[in-house]
Design a protein. Structure first.
Length: 326
């Protein structure tokens, strides 16, 4: 049996350190470094580790009807307290610390993310209704309280049945049992010792609520992407707050509102320019092509290996290659 549904990757494990560096810089008054560190934690590798595992939950089931497993109970027979009381949350947090009992990921309360979003809205995007507008690092490190035995199977909302979990381990587990997911019972293992404080120090000193990041505008209140001196953005909209910024597509071409990539495995891929897809001509050294700003999901759907990010406009890029399904 496995300890967790999906092992954290090195990029995911680095998120806590990047968020901590951002908070420390903010508390020291260095807002530029804080914003940069928050953006580093909003990486594509983290986004793809988290998605689609935490919303395509049926795919996580290993055995639908394992022998000897618990059964779904009628509602009348379940614990009337479905949500975990604050007193239980407090008790569990003291016992487990800010660390997932399944995968060991260091976690952060949603309250801390809300403070960071309020102060750094561009570097810490968050839209509750749109996964593409959620900061990947804060999403992955989102502190949850998980019912080890599902509430629907008779699990109680007490400290004996509730553990600290990260967002993936909680949401991907969903309503399923440990046996259905082929998971070890996390209560069999002692909570790992950690000095991670969940960035609670930001709660004590949140600083001003006003925007601290510089904004480039075109005079009409719209954020404008930087372009090379001899070019202009094809589409200039409000900031997409996408996961990672822009990508360099060497040898790409533009025609009638579509960006076309060079042939990948014998076939060109295309992107339709819209409010959520921007492109403009640029070069990287001797190579020419287009900078592309879009949600990384669009790259993934086309089987394109993630190019290197462009930091604040044209910068280091990479060639497109075919990417296996994640």
């Amino acid at each position: 049996m496995r300890r967790c549904i999906k092992e954290p990757t090195p990029a995911v494990l680095r998120v806590a350190d990047q968020l901590a560096a951002a908070v420390d810089a903010h508390l020291a008054g260095d807002t530029a470094t804080a914003a940069a560190q928050f953006r580093l934690a909003d990486g594509l590798a983290v986004f793809f580790w988290l998605n689609p595992c935490w919303y395509d939950v049926e795919a996580n089931v290993v055995c639908r009807n394992p022998e000897g497993d618990t059964k779904v109970l009628p509602r009348a027979d379940r614990d009337p307290q479905r949500s975990v009381p604050r007193s239980v949350q407090h008790e569990v947090l003291i016992r487990d610390g800010y660390r997932c009992r399944y995968c060991g990921l260091r976690v952060v309360s949603a309250d801390i993310r809300k403070i960071a979003h309020r102060i750094y809205p561009d570097a810490v995007p968050w839209n509750a209704r749109n996964l593409r507008r959620q900061h990947a690092g804060f999403a992955a490190a989102w502190l949850q309280y998980d019912h080890v035995v599902p509430h629907s199977h008779g699990g109680r909302s007490d400290a004996d049945n509730v553990v600290v979990a990260c967002a993936l381990c909680n949401f991907a587990k969903d309503r399923f049992t440990l046996k259905q997911l082929d998971l070890e019972d996390p209560r069999r293992f002692e909570p790992a010792a950690t000095d991670w404080d969940g960035l609670e120090r930001l709660r004590a000193r949140p600083a001003a609520e006003s925007r601290t990041e510089p904004v480039r505008t075109d005079g009409n209140g719209l954020d404008r992407l930087q372009a090379t001196p001899d070019s202009e953005p094809v589409a200039c909209r409000q900031s997409l707050q996408s996961h990672g910024g822009a990508y360099f597509v060497e040898g790409a071409s533009l025609s009638k509102g579509y960006l076309y990539t060079p042939a990948i495995n014998g076939k060109s891929r295309w992107f339709r320019l819209s409010d959520e897809v921007e492109a403009w001509p640029t070069r990287q050294g001797a190579a020419t092509g287009y900078a592309l700003r879009c949600n990384p999901v669009l790259l993934h759907r086309r089987g394109i290996k993630l190019p290197l990010l462009l930091s604040e406009g044209p910068a280091a890029g990479s060639r497109l290659e075919s990417e296996p399904n994640v």
